[in-house]
Design a protein around this ligand. Structure first.
Ligand SMILES: *[C@@H]1O[C@H](CO)[C@@H](O)[C@H](O)[C@H]1NC(C)=O
Ligand SMILES: *[C@@H]1O[C@H](CO)[C@@H](O)[C@H](O)[C@H]1NC(C)=O
Ligand SMILES: *[C@@H]1O[C@H](CO)[C@@H](O)[C@H](O)[C@H]1NC(C)=O
Ligand SMILES: *[C@@H]1O[C@H](CO)[C@@H](O)[C@H](O)[C@H]1NC(C)=O
Length: 557
């Protein structure tokens, strides 16, 4: 149909001109489909359909489709010439949507009796081509607003909205701990908007595991970009000195001091104040005092190398325990001598002292007159705070052997006698006997030696027991009667009961003899007094000499 005819028609049906406003949202880069009259079927008497659009300076023709023709005629001569087409429902198709296509397109439907126009507004939307976080922080500072990152949602229409979240919860700017700076930029060539948002945040220690993310919201797509948790840095607020060695500290220990600061990252350089000296330690937080001495007791300090006001201190008590004992080792003393024992201790605290002799608890030893019973191993142990010192000496009491008893014993009518010689002396004495013997038995305990022998005296014997060691010897004798006829030879020790019975018989016999002698003497006296001569001197002297010898023998002990 020709333009003048159309105009005519338009004038004719001015009263029935219909304008219906429609809306189409298209996607950027894709084909825009603009339906005609909402996609309703055209009237039966359709003559043609024409698509046009509004320009600043009037109207731009796009294409026209005659009802009876298969092909539409493209009228556009501008940039739409190659991009427009029509489908079988008379919808306008525009290839490669851009924001410049956001216009009002009008479908004009011309029939035999009517001319209707259906304008449709096209809006082109685009989701952001990317959502990224730039300028990411490496760490966050405690209580100091620092930039977490800049979130950028690029080239969208309409502009995307950016929100920040922490652990999934939206962060709302408060002007103090949370600062959010949004910005938007429109590309003049494409008209697309790039939205940015800078998040600045003052962290707390608890944010150490927090996940920050940027949410880009757009009707076409909502996208979340997460950040890995940040380390939170903060300066040390407390510095303490720790003593790493096990307590108690004892002289000679190596004591390691550790300077602990609660900042993050932990400080790497410290000063250790060791006895007026300031030692710088780098890349370590420890300092070791080797072989600590009692003079090292006192206050120790450490501080941060970059902030000496931050310091911690600790006092160290070096425990010590010394023990001196005199004598020590093996001490050989002679029976009856004195021995003074001197124990000296010095300790950092009250020490417990204990003495043992041969493993048994005893009082502190003091010897004024040594006996064999004093011999033994004496140990002094002092202890304090788990520290123990011990010293010991072995006391040996030596003495020349001394016979304490020499006895004989006959069991009933046995054809032998058992002689027992007992002596004291150290070292162990050697026993010698003047007779042949058998069944030797000996014991030696605590300086006391007992030696037993069995003899068979066929005749009366004087038996000698000789004891000796390197310090001297002792001798004792005993008269042993023949086993066939007994005689008491008591010396320092009891005679056995069998011998005593015989003694009684002997005494009785002796008395009878004595009575007879007295009788005889009386008779002789009576006879001599009649004669006038009497001599007794010789006999009396002999008797006194015999008793003297007996005395001597008794004293050989
Ligand atoms: C103390 O340290 C020194 C040197 O580092 C070492 O030779 C010694 O064995 C240590 N002493 C103790 C009791 O650990
Ligand atoms: C002791 O015994 C030895 C041999 O056994 C012997 O020769 C000696 O005569 C004996 N001495 C006495 C006093 O019996
Ligand atoms: C032995 O001693 C007893 C009593 O002392 C005496 O009676 C006896 O005659 C003595 N025998 C010899 C052989 O000497
Ligand atoms: C032992 O006998 C002798 C004589 O045989 C005598 O001289 C001596 O005194 C007696 N000794 C003792 C201790 O009886």
């Amino acid at each position: 149909m020709d333009s003048p005819a159309l105009l005519l028609l338009a004038l004719m049906s001015a009263g029935t001109l219909l304008q219906v406003q429609g809306n189409v949202i298209a996607l950027y880069g894709e084909t825009i489909t603009v339906p005609c009259n909402g996609g309703a079927a055209p009237p039966d008497d359709l003559m043609f359909i024409k698509w046009k659009y509004e320009k600043e300076d009037g109207t731009g023709d796009l294409l026209i489709k005659q009802a009876h023709k298969d092909q539409a005629t493209v009228q556009a001569t501008d940039e739409y010439a190659d991009r427009v087409s029509i489908d079988d429902k008379f919808s306008l198709l525009i290839d490669q949507a851009t924001l410049k296509d956001q216009k009002t397109f009008t479908c004009m439907v011309v029939s035999g009796v009517n001319l209707n126009e259906y304008p449709v507004t096209v809006v082109v939307h685009k989701k952001p081509s990317s959502v990224e976080i730039m300028d990411k922080a490496d760490v966050l500072q405690k209580d100091k607003t620092s930039t977490v990152g800049t979130c950028v949602a690029a080239d969208a229409n309409p502009a995307a909205t950016i929100t920040w979240t922490k652990n999934g919860k939206p962060l709302v700017a408060d002007g103090k701990a949370i600062l959010i700076t949004p910005s938007m930029k429109v590309d003049p060539a494409t008209g697309l908007s790039t939205t940015s948002s800078i998040l600045q945040y003052a962290a707390t220690k608890e944010d150490k595991d927090a996940t920050f993310s940027c949410m880009s919201t757009h009707e076409q797509a909502t996208e979340e970009t997460k950040l890995d948790p940040f380390p939170i840095h903060y300066p040390s607020e407390k510095v303490s000195l720790q003593i790493m060695s096990k307590a108690p500290v004892v002289e000679g220990d190596n004591v390691t001091l550790k300077c602990h600061a609660d900042g993050n990252p932990p400080p790497s350089a410290f000063f250790f104040h060791i006895k007026e000296q300031k030692m710088l330690v780098e890349n370590s937080d420890t300092y070791t005092l080797t072989a600590i001495d009692r003079a090292d007791s006192g206050e120790y300090k450490c501080s941060l190398a970059d902030n000496e006001k931050m310091e911690g201190s600790q006092s160290i008590v070096v425990n010590y325990l010394d023990l001196n004992l005199n004598p020590t080792g093996k001490v050989v003393k002679t029976f009856g001598e004195t021995l003074s024992v001197k124990m000296e201790k010095s300790a950092s605290d009250v020490a417990k002292i204990s003495w043992t002799k041969n493993g048994k608890v005893v009082k502190e030893p003091a010897f004024t007159k040594l006996t064999y019973a004093d011999a033994g191993v004496y140990k002094c142990e002092v202890s304090m705070h788990g520290l123990t010192r011990e010293k010991s000496f072995e006391l040996v009491v030596e003495g020349k052997p001394v016979i304490t008893s020499l006895t004989k014993h006959r069991a009933g009518d046995a054809q032998f006698k058992v002689l027992t010689c007992e002596a004291q002396g150290v070292p162990e004495p050697i026993f010698q006997w003047s007779v042949n013997n058998s069944n030797e038995e000996s014991s030696y305990i605590n300086g006391k030696a007992i030696h037993k022998i069995t003899v068979v005296p066929k005749v009366n014997l004087t038996v000698t027991c000789i004891v000796s060691n390197k310090l001297g010897d002792d001798v004792m004798t005993i008269n042993v009667s023949s086993v066939f006829k007994e005689e008491k030879q008591e010396r320092g020790s009891q005679e056995d009961s069998g011998d005593q019975a015989k003694l009684i018989v002997g005494v009785l016999a002796g008395l009878l003899i004595a009575a007879a002698v007295v009788g005889l003497i009386y008779w002789l006296y009576m006879k001599n007094s009649r004669q006038g001569s009497w001599k007794t001197g010789e006999k009396e002297a002999g008797t006194s000499e015999e008793s003297k010898k007996l005395e001597e023998n008794n004293h050989t002990v």
